[in-house]
Design a protein around this ligand. Structure first.
Ligand code: PLP
Length: 433
């Protein structure tokens, strides 16, 4: 970390047309310095993408294979899904600028009906983004009660929990991969307090799923609600997994993957990853849906998802039904090729699931900048994972495989990883966590 000094408010307030504006980011500590240095100087951060061709992107003069996209199913490039946009915009205009409380174009109803069937859920509610859902719904569910958050939960869950705490709830951190700790914390809370435990489904960094049936059982035993964010699992994992189809079928998310019930469980996921569309949803009981319709600000006030996104969600649901399992089968094989190569190189990855989110931690966290530049120069685009986005022991990079990465790109990635571990210190497969 660099030793930047803490600025006093007066130092960064300047006047513009008589209004005080910050001339530098206000900050109370230097926790973000590493990230800011990378953001402002690194070609693989805050980049401007000049052109896209399939899963190849151009940044300036450099063409790169894109392993940072969350479009896991390749729906962003699917001809039928692309073709769905123009007719929908012709029919509904570009944007339904009513808040949902005022009115929802019929595609919303169709999406919620089809989604409810796909998930086998009691009901569903579509809102613009998962971030908005966490920030508005977690405080409503918790009230003045207790919000418990898994240590590895996504940052946006923590934001929602922090808002709940600001409104009078208590916040409790639960050790990751430690269901017994959850039981301990729940036991320590008064019986009459509302309790909500929040956790990721398929985790955005490790690529692994929690033991959901165990967490669900513990929550039910202690009268707590289980709130699951499966942003990365929806579209990828689904019902009835087998050794030949380890992701399961239909991509209907982690609850169905485990054949778990929705009792005392709220599932949150989004279309902005596998379905390449700006929308998100909750799977929830109808009574809670009706409550959120009058209490959750994104339903009452937010501008809704654009018409193009509603169209691509609907078209995506259709493509998922017809082609989804074949796409997932191919995605699983591509991911397997990368994971097998990583194992052959003896490198550690957090991924033990075989899902297409693969974090590779560095041996020396200070080399993140150089490793990123090496990958960029070799034409590989990944997500850098610097501190404080991940703990220092996990600083590294994340590779995401999508159905639209072709075999030659997987070969290229594997070759570059071979070269990378000859030049840089990576954590060994058997090394410390
Ligand atoms: C686990 C998880 N939850 C939520 C989000 C944010 O989703 P949205 O773009 O719908 O706000 C992300 C995106 O990175 C994520 O990985």
């Amino acid at each position: 970390m660099t030793g930047a000094t803490t600025l006093a408010t007066a130092d960064f307030a300047t006047k513009l047309n008589g209004v005080a504006v910050p001339s530098e980011s206000p900050r109370s500590d230097n926790r973000w310095d590493d990230l800011e240095r990378l953001r402002s100087s690194h070609p693989m951060m805050d980049a401007v993408i000049d052109e896209v061709q399939g899963r190849r992107i151009r940044i300036g003069n450099q063409w790169l294979s894109d392993f940072a996209s969350c479009n896991y199913l390749g729906f962003d490039l699917h001809p039928q899904i692309i073709a769905s946009v123009a007719p929908a915009v012709q029919r509904w205009g570009t944007h339904p600028s009513w808040s949902r409380l005022l009115g929802s174009p019929r595609p919303y109803v169709e999406i919620e009906e089809r989604l409810t069937e796909l998930l086998g859920a009691p009901d569903t509610l579509v809102l613009p983004t998962i971030t908005l859902i966490h920030m508005s719904v977690i405080p409503l569910l918790v009230g003045q009660g207790a919000v418990l958050v898994d240590a590895q939960a996504h940052k946006t869950i923590y934001e929602g929990a922090a808002i709940a705490r600001g409104a009078g709830a208590t916040l409790h951190r639960v050790r990751a991969n430690d269901p017994e700790h959850l039981a301990q914390v729940l036991r320590s809370l008064p019986a009459n307090v509302t309790k909500v435990f929040c956790i990721d489904g398929v985790n955005s960094m490790t690529g692994n799923a929690p033991d959901l049936p165990l967490y669900a059982r513990i929550c039910r035993e202690h009268g707590a609600l289980l709130y699951v964010d499966d942003a990365h699992g929806f579209g990828i994992v689904g019902e009835s997994p087998t050794p030949n189809m380890p992701y399961g079928y239909r991509g209907n998310s982690i609850v169905r993957y485990y054949n778990e019930s929705y009792e005392n469980l709220v599932l949150v996921a989004g279309f902005s990853k596998s379905y390449s569309s700006l929308a998100a949803f909750l799977a929830l009981p109808a009574s809670l849906k009706n409550y959120l319709k009058v209490a959750a600000p994104p339903y009452l006030y937010s501008g809704p998802s654009p018409t193009a996104s509603l169209a691509t969600v609907l078209a995506g649901l259709g493509v998922n039904e017809l082609e989804g399992d074949d796409i997932r089968r191919a995605l699983c094989q591509k991911t397997r090729r990368v994971l097998d190569h990583i194992a052959k190189l003896g490198l550690r990855t957090l991924n033990t699931s075989g899902y297409p989110v693969i974090e590779l931690p560095l041996g020396n966290a200070d080399e993140i900048d150089a490793v990123g530049r090496f990958l960029f120069d070799r034409g590989i685009y990944v997500t850098l994972a610097p501190y404080p986005l991940v703990p220092r022991s996990q600083v590294g990079f994340r590779v995401q495989v999508t159905a639209a990465n072709d075999d030659s790109q997987i070969d290229q990635l594997n070759d570059v990883l071979t070269e990378l571990c000859q030049r840089f210190e990576m954590q060994p497969a058997t090394g410390p966590v």
